[in-house]
Design a protein around this ligand. Sequence first.
Ligand SMILES: Nc1ncnc2c1ncn2[C@@H]1O[C@H](COP(=O)(O)OP(=O)(O)OP(=O)(O)O)[C@@H](O)[C@H]1O
Ligand SMILES: CC(C)(CO)[C@@H](O)C(=O)[O-]
Ligand code: BAL
Length: 282
Amino acid sequence: MTIPVIAQLDELRSTVAAWRADGQRIALVPTMGALHQGHLDLVRRAGELAERVVVSVFVNPTQFAPTEDFGRYPRDLERDYAALSGTAVSALYAPTAQDMYGPNFSTKISLEGPALGLESITRPHFFAGVALVVTKLFNRCAPDVALFGEKDYQQLKVISRMTKDLDLPVEIIGVPTTREADGLALSSRNVYLSEEERAVAPRLHMALQDLAQVVSRGDPIAAAVAQAREALAAAGFDVDYVEVRDAETLEAVEAHDRPLRVLAAAKLGTTRLIDNIAVPRA
Ligand SMILES: Nc1ncnc2c1ncn2[C@@H]1O[C@H](COP(=O)(O)OP(=O)(O)OP(=O)(O)O)[C@@H](O)[C@H]1O
Ligand SMILES: CC(C)(CO)[C@@H](O)C(=O)[O-]
Ligand code: BAL
């Protein structure tokens, strides 16, 4: 079956309105394209939750700093279209930047709580851009549910918080991280890795697994984090952060007295990788 590719907002709205008039539930899977199995797992879960699934593909300029990879971010809508064939998708929504951010666009969303720290340390612009585009996508598509990957755990928590705080009528669903056989989290940016860097990349996940085990035993968190940072540096990573946080609020913690998440970001050469896992219950 051919998947409709929608670029115009009025077409998206009329398509969604027709489904809704038919009593069908709608799921939205926001992406920046360069689709991989992690995205397809979100689409599969979306198909279990709603009769209609919209996948948006939009490389959102407002979440990139001028120094980041907006220009070279992989873009191939034909390949994305082919990747979606045979999945639960009902429409591919691919707006232009001019349509999303028209002339004189001047609205910003200010975030605190789970948006503080972690990714915001090196990407202070990032969550404001994500929040803006996600809110606009929700308003445009009016989904019943929207799905986000745990790979971007802080993003998932920021969007969940914002959705609650602003009474957005959407249920947010987090989907577990899809990994390569060696543990590396699938990510569109993995294509930037050289062969040598790709061989080292799974060490990020290994360091988080070790850290989570040590924390789960009840060892002091600060020492365990320092050890993980050292292991990553020794493997050739330039570490942005390694942290242990409250799994729900992402607040800093000092002891394993509630559900925790370990999160890290580190560069291999020019490629920035992120990952996170739950700390097993003691
Ligand atoms: N390995 C994965 N497992 C589960 N969800 C994922 C995975 N990779 C990406 N996602 C989710 O897919 C959605 C779209 O992400 P995006 O298009 O930025 O892909 P990405 O692989 O995360 O790209 P990037 O390398 O730019 O971070 C997000 O909700 C993201 O968390
Ligand atoms: C949620 C998102 C599609 C917003 O641009 C992006 O941050 C992503 O792909 O994770
Ligand atoms: N995967 C989240 C989007 C970003 O890192 O730019």
